[in-house]
Design a protein around this ligand. Structure first.
Ligand SMILES: NC(=O)c1ccc[n+]([C@@H]2O[C@H](COP(=O)([O-])OP(=O)(O)OC[C@H]3O[C@@H](n4cnc5c(N)ncnc54)[C@H](O)[C@@H]3O)[C@@H](O)[C@H]2O)c1
Length: 440
C-alpha cells in the first residue's frame, strides 16, 4: 500500500518505518526541515532502540522516504496517517491545531480517495472535526472527492516502540465505513498473523480508549506512590506490598512501581485532557484529579528527602544526579521529573552535575547555558565533588555500581534513590546512607 505519515516524531517515524518493514511504500512528512534533513542524510533525530536499523533497511530498499513537501505527501498515500503532536492547551485540553492543520492540508491537495487516519491522541469528537476540516477545503475547491476518516490510536511505548509496533497487544480501529475498515484490516494483517488483534469500533469509543488506557496506567502509578509514602510512615516496605498485590491476577505486576513520579509526553497531558473532557461534559473525574495532584507532589518527594537530610537551605551543596530522561531507553525529557527536581535544587541554592546515557543533549537544549548544571561523561564522574547522589531514572547501567567508590567520592555518603534501583542492604553494607521510596 502507499502510505503517507504526517508528522515524523516518535510515533510517526516508528509507524512509518514499521509499515515500510512490512513491504508498504511510505512517505513521511514533517514541517521541521531539520528533522527531514537529518533523516535524508541517514541519521535518526530521536533515540529509540532498534529504530535506526529499521529505517536504514527500508530506506535502502526504497520503501521509506522523507519530505517537507506537503502537496507531494498528500498526493502520495491512499492512507494518510496523522501523527502530529497534541500538546496541552492552556486549559489542559489537547491542542488540536496541528491535527486540524494536517487535515486541512489533506483536503487542500487530495486528488483521489483517501483514508485519513488519526494516530495522534485526540479527544472524543476530533474525527468529526477532521472530517469537517477536509470537507471545508474540498468545498472551497468545488471538489467532491471521496474520503474516510478513521481513528487508530497508537499504544507504543517510547523505549520499546519498534517492538510494540511490530507486535502490538491490540490494534484499535474506529471507523464507520466498509471501505476504510477493509483497508485498515489489510494494512494491519501482517502485524497479527498469530491471532486477531484488530478491535473495530465506532470513532468515539476508539478515541476514548486511548485516554482511558493512559489514565488507568497513570492511576496505578499514583496509587502506588501514595501507598509508598504511607508505607514510609507506617514502617512497611512498598516493594513487598507490590509483590503481595501484583501476584493477584486481577491486579497484575505491571505499572505498580513506586518512584518519583510519572512524566513523558503522554501520561501528564492525557490525564489533563481527559479531566478537561470530563469537565466539559459535566462529569468531574475525581479519581483523575487526584492522580494528577499526587503525581505533581511526587515529583518533589526526592527533594523533600534531601531537605530532611541537609536542611531547607542547600546553598553551597552540590549534587550528582543519575538519569534525566523521563524513563530509561529514551531521550525524551518532556515532563520529566528530573526537570522539576533540578529546578527545585537550584531554587534552594544547590548545583548539580548530571549524567544520562542519551538525554544530555536534550537537557542542554532545555536548560541552555545554565551555569549551575554541569554534565558528566560517565556516572561515577558525576560524583566528583558532590555531597550526595540522586537517582532519577532507572537506566540499567546504574543497577550494579561499586558502592565502595560511591562512598569514597561523596562528601556526605548518601544516596537518594527515586526509583528503588538497589537492594537497600548493598549500599548500607558499604557504609552509605540509602534513602529510597516507600521502603524502611
Ligand atoms: N510519544 C509517544 O510515546 C506516544 C505514544 C502514543 C501516542 N502518542 C501520541 O502521538 C502523537 C504524536 O506524538 P509524538 O511523541 O510522536 O510527537 P512529536 O512531537 O515527537 O512529533 C510530532 C511531529 O509532527 C510534526 N508536525 C506538526 N505539525 C505538522 C504538520 N501539519 N505537518 C507535518 N508535520 C507536522 C512536528 O514537527 C513533529 O516532528 C501525540 O498525539 C501523542 O500523544 C505518542
Amino acid at each position: 500500500m502507499k502510505i503517507t505519515v504526517v508528522g515524523t516524531g516518535y510515533v510517526g517515524l516508528v509507524s512509518g518505518a514499521c509499515l515500510a518493514e512490512m513491504g508498504n511504500d511510505v512517505l513521511c512528512l514533517d514541517l521541521d526541515p531539520e528533522k527531514i534533513r537529518v533523516l535524508k542524510e541517514g541519521g535518526i533525530p530521536i533515540h529509540e532502540p532498534g529504530l535506526d536499523q529499521v529505517v536504514a533497511r527500508n530506506v535502502a530498499a526504497g520503501r521509506l522516504h522523507f519530505t517537507t513537501n506537503v502537496q507531494e505527501a498528500v498526493q502520495f498515500g491512499t492512507i494518510q496517517f496523522i501523527a502530529v503532536g497534541t500538546p496541552p492547551d492552556e486549559d489542559g485540553s489537547a491542542d488540536l491545531q496541528y491535527v486540524l492543520s494536517a487535515a486541512r492540508a489533506i483536503g487542500r491537495h487530495m486528488t483521489d480517495y483517501k483514508v485519513v487516519v488519526d494516530k495522534s491522541t485526540v479527544p472524543v469528537g476530533t474525527a468529526d472535526k477532521v472530517k469537517a476540516a477536509v470537507q471545508a477545503e474540498l468545498d472551497a475547491r468545488g471538489e467532491a472527492i471521496p474520503y474516510s476518516v478513521v481513528s487508530n490510536p497508537e499504544f507504543l511505548k517510547e523505549g520499546a516502540a519498534v517492538d510494540d509496533f511490530m507486535r502490538p497487544d491490540r490494534i484499535v480501529v474506529g471507523a464507520e465505513d466498509d471501505q476504510a475498515i477493509f483497508l485498515m484490516k489489510a494494512l494491519y494483517a501482517p502485524f497479527q498473523r498469530n491471532h486477531e488483534k484488530l478491535l473495530i469500533m465506532d470513532l468515539r469509543s476508539a478515541e476514548l480508549t486511548k485516554y482511558a488506557a493512559n489514565a488507568m496506567l497513570a492511576t496505578r502509578i499514583s496509587f502506588m506512590n501514595e501507598l509508598a509514602l504511607l508505607s514510609e510512615s507506617l514502617g512497611a516496605d512498598i516493594e513487598l506490598v507490590r509483590q503481595g498485590i501484583g501476584s493477584d491476577p486481577r491486579i497484575g505486576y505491571h505499572f505498580l512501581y513506586a518512584g518519583c513520579g510519572y512524566g513523558g509526553s503522554c501520561f501528564p497531558k492525557d490525564v489533563k485532557a481527559l479531566i478537561k473532557t470530563g469537565a466539559d461534559a459535566g462529569h468531574a473525574l475525581r479519581v483523575l484529579n487526584a492522580v494528577e495532584d499526587a503525581n505533581d507532589a511526587q515529583k518533589l518527594v526526592l527533594v523533600d528527602k534531601v531537605v530532611a537530610h541537609f536542611g531547607e537551605d542547600l546553598s553551597g551543596k552540590h549534587f550528582a544526579l543519575w538519569g534525566l530522561a523521563f524513563k530509561p531507553n529514551t531521550d525524551d525529557m518532556r515532563e520529566a521529573p528530573s526537570r522539576v527536581i533540578i529546578a527545585e535544587l537550584f531554587r534552594r541554592g544547590a548545583t548539580v552535575t548530571a549524567y544520562d546515557p542519551v538525554a544530555m543533549d536534550e537537557t542542554r537544549r532545555i536548560f541552555g547555558d545554565e551555569p549551575r548544571l554541569r554534565y558528566a561523561e560517565r556516572p561515577m564522574q558525576a560524583l566528583d565533588g558532590a555531597d550526595a547522589l540522586l537517582i532519577v531514572t532507572e537506566w540499567k547501567e546504574f543497577r550494579s555500581p561499586d558502592f565502595g567508590v560511591i562512598k569514597a567520592k561523596l562528601k556526605s555518603p548518601v544516596i537518594f534513590d527515586g526509583r528503588n534501583v538497589f537492594d537497600p542492604q548493598l549500599p548500607r553494607e558499604a557504609g552509605l546512607t540509602y534513602l529510597s521510596i516507600g521502603r524502611p
